[in-house]
Design a protein around this ligand. Structure first.
Ligand code: M6R
Length: 364
């Protein structure tokens, strides 16, 4: 049932190209994104006020990528909400808003409660869910399913990947409906999204390199992930994955926040995993990495093929292929998933069933 893989997690990481194709291709029509939600017409999309993206854990991290894409492409204000916070904080919701509920299982108790709160306030709810007929799918006004297939490993990988894909599709259609990007740009990005499965295949093939890198960090007590923009959102997800299955303490910081406190923890040999894939802030992130290096950090840098990495900034560099900056999270997450996976394997952890965790959190 593991298809020849030693763990479900590794199987599911490798199923990502197929999951992307299954999720994205049915939603592209004549080169344009098509949400396949009859009620979410372009006319309706033009009237949306604020988008609230709500979920827990990894689903919430997908929401962060979605928020950035929605704001960048469609210039519609978007907020990311942790479901367990949202449900108790009396959020400001207006009738013209849209709540997007994100959940792999469709059964997470806080997420379902957030959905019910939004509905009780008369705000429409779009659910992005993987499990057909789940509680969240049934309670939402509209559903966009992710087609990841069953996800067994407690650590979410392929479900996160396709949650991001659906959010990109949503952001692209929203931008198209509101005329915020040229048709040519929407078509170009849609085509780029369609080939994401191909883009990540070489990253899956890099697994031996990532396993080697994990072996260089295997005795780590604690480490830091840093990045800006999308790279910050991915830092949070990479850090969560590592903590969840390898039991290595790690924290994720927006790179510019380091000097507001955290850098006091960076001393000789402390691992820093730096993500620098976004051209617009590349130099800024590299200067933060230098600050950690000059304090003795052991730096693992993830960046793009052509980025110029100054000498002495990183101990190890992993290069990604050229891809649109906006869609780069789809490519970057793969080596971060593999890094967490190999760290857990090398540390002898129960990869698919980490201690204290359940696949679906149906109690508060
Ligand atoms: O089923 P859901 O997407 O609602 O689950 C949300 C979180 O519990 C889940 O993503 C959790 O953070 C994962 N185990 C992380 O890998």
């Amino acid at each position: 049932e593991k298809g020849g893989y030693p763990h479900f997690m590794l199987k599911e990481i490798n199923e990502q190209p197929a999951a992307i194709t299954a999720t994205v291709s049915p939603r592209v029509e004549n080169g344009l994104p098509d949400l396949r939600v009859p009620e979410l017409t372009d006319e309706r999309l033009r009237r949306i006020g604020t988008v609230h993206l709500v979920g827990c854990g990894t689903a919430m991290h997908a929401g962060m990528v979605g928020k950035a894409a929605i704001e960048a492409l469609a210039r519609v204000p978007a907020q990311v909400e942790i479901a367990s916070e949202f449900r108790y904080r009396n959020p400001i919701l207006r009738p013209e808003d849209l709540v997007i509920i994100i959940s792999q299982s469709g059964e997470t108790s806080d997420t379902l409660a957030a959905l019910k709160l939004a509905k009780s306030r008369g705000v429409p709810v779009l659910a992005i869910v993987n499990v057909v007929g789940s509680s969240i799918a049934r309670a939402a006004d509209y559903v966009m399913y992710t087609y990841a297939g069953p996800e067994i490993a407690v650590a979410s990988t392929k479900a996160y990947m396709v949650q991001m894909c659906v959010l990109y599709l949503f952001a692209l259609r929203l931008a198209y409906a509101r005329g915020m990007q040229t048709d040519a740009e929407i078509r170009r990005l849609t085509a780029e999204l369609l080939r994401a499965g191909e883009v990540i295949k070489p990253r899956l093939a890099d697994c031996e390199q990532i396993k080697y890198l994990a072996s260089r960090f295997v005795n780590t007590q604690s480490c830091f992930f840093i990045g800006r923009g999308f790279d910050y959102s991915l830092s949070l997800e990479g850090s969560l994955k590592l903590k969840e299955i390898s039991y290595v303490h790690s924290d994720a910081y927006a790179a510019g926040e380091l000097k507001h406190g955290t850098i006091s923890l960076v001393t000789d040999g402390v691992p820093v995993i730096a993500l620098a894939t976004q051209k617009q802030v590349y130099e800024k992130t590299i200067s933060n990495v230098k600050e950690t290096k000059s304090r003795g950090a052991k730096v693992l840098l993830f960046t793009t093929r052509d980025a110029v990495v100054p000498d002495g900034v990183a101990d190890y560099v992993v290069r990604l292929d050229d891809y649109d900056d906006l869609l780069m999270p789809l490519q970057l997450i793969v080596p971060l998933q593999l890094f967490a996976y190999y760290m857990a394997v090398l540390r002898g952890c129960d990869v698919d069933k980490p201690r204290n965790l359940a696949k679906s959190v149906t109690v508060e």
